[in-house]
Design a protein around this ligand. Structure first.
Ligand code: ZN
Ligand code: ZN
Ligand code: ZN
Length: 360
């Protein structure tokens, strides 16, 4: 066995086994980039920025604003460069032998998260974050109701150039699509299989484990203790209704997931009280990431039950969550070629660092 502070093992993602991760913490493998501090635009107002207050005429008209008065703090507009367009055409799947194409039907909108240009999520107030999460929920619901061809509404945020954010003003995006994305589908299908066998939601099981479980692994032959796993060590932050967990098989060094503690399949089911606690756990988790990473650049995205007739019956087995993936290294040829992500910080070490960093 390797000495205590190095781990080198392939961990199987319990929800999507095909997404395995090589955890390799030998110091020589640490990418240098991890220690770099990310440069960030922290200005409050930028005269030439189309998303700043006073420049509303530089974007398409608002679909919604919060609060609903002139001095908005959240504003939703159409994306000027949509990935998917509202072409109002028939949604059809065209087959050419083995290759299938589908019309790029859908909607792509931008949520200007805050009127303050360069404010980070961890600097937004809990009230503001609850309002923002409520805006996500309301807009998702409106989009699902607007067209029954829409199967999935993806809400995500890119923050920082390393995470692909092309406009520095803080914003999130909503893409409504006619198909369920493959990674969500993998989660939905695999968690249903687990449910059919175990009669229990796998996400709830992982939360229960994180909160209570301590495991000891014995050597099969000698009976000696090979390793003790204190599963509670994966908890990063705990609220009344939400928990932030470092996944055991994290693809990214500082990846953290936030889930409702009580089973809930669809984000649209979240109540105002849920969103208040979610906002608090999100803010504290982002504060921790920022404190440890010194200016985190990240992607976060919501995974929620698809509104897809093929997945009726997955309400008991699927559990919505927010995945936060800070970008600290660039995928290598090995990772892209093998599909096996390499994580150079052990998830238990990362969780301990995030949990112990002082944020108040
Ligand atoms: Zn701006
Ligand atoms: Zn559950
Ligand atoms: Zn997910």
């Amino acid at each position: 066995m390797a000495d205590n502070d190095t781990v080198r093992e392939i961990r199987i993602n319990p929800i999507v086994p095909a997404e395995s991760v090589l955890i390799a913490t030998a110091r020589g493998m640490r990418p240098k980039k991890e220690e770099d501090r990310a440069p960030r635009d922290t200005r409050e107002h930028v005269e030439t920025c189309p998303f700043c207050r006073g420049n509303e005429d530089k974007t398409p008209p608002a679909i919604a604003t919060y609060p609903e008065v002139d001095d908005w703090s959240i504003r939703i507009v159409e994306n000027l460069y949509p990935v998917l367009g509202d072409d109002r055409q028939q949604n059809s799947v065209l087959s050419f032998g083995l290759q299938q194409t589908m019309d790029g039907y859908g909607r792509h909108e931008v949520i200007i998260d805050n009127d303050k240009h360069g404010i980070a999520v961890h600097d937004m107030s809990e009230d503001h974050l609850a309002l923002l999460l409520g805006a996500y929920r309301t807009r998702m619901e409106e989009l699902y109701n607007s067209d029954d061809r829409l199967r999935y509404v993806l809400v995500f945020k890119n923050f920082g150039p390393a995470a692909g954010a092309s406009i520095p003003h803080t914003h999130s995006q909503i893409i409504a699509m006619p198909v369920t994305p493959q990674n969500v589908l993998d989660e939905v299908v695999n968690s249903k299989q687990f449910y059919d066998k175990q009669h229990h939601c796998i996400f709830c099981s992982l939360i229960d484990e994180a909160l209570t479980f301590e495991a000891t692994i014995y050597d099969k032959n000698s009976g000696e203790v090979r390793r003790k796993i204190n599963v509670g060590q994966f908890v990063v932050e705990r609220g009344e209704r939400f928990i932030a967990i470092k996944p055991f098989a994290s693809r990214y060094e500082w990846e953290v997931h936030i889930l409702p503690v009580q089973h809930q399949a669809d984000f649209l089911g979240a109540t105002e009280e849920d969103l208040e606690d979610f906002a608090r756990v999100l803010k504290r988790t982002m504060q921790r990431l920022d404190a440890v990473l010194g200016g985190a650049q990240y992607n976060f995205f919501l995974h929620s039950l698809p509104h897809d007739p093929d997945h009726v019956g997955c309400e008991a087995s699927y559990h919505w969550h927010l995945e936060i993936c800070p970008r600290t290294s660039i995928p290598t040829g090995f990772e892209l070629g093998s599909g096996l992500f390499v994580n150079t910080v052990s998830p238990e070490e990362a969780a301990a660092e995030l949990r112990n960093v002082s944020i108040d």
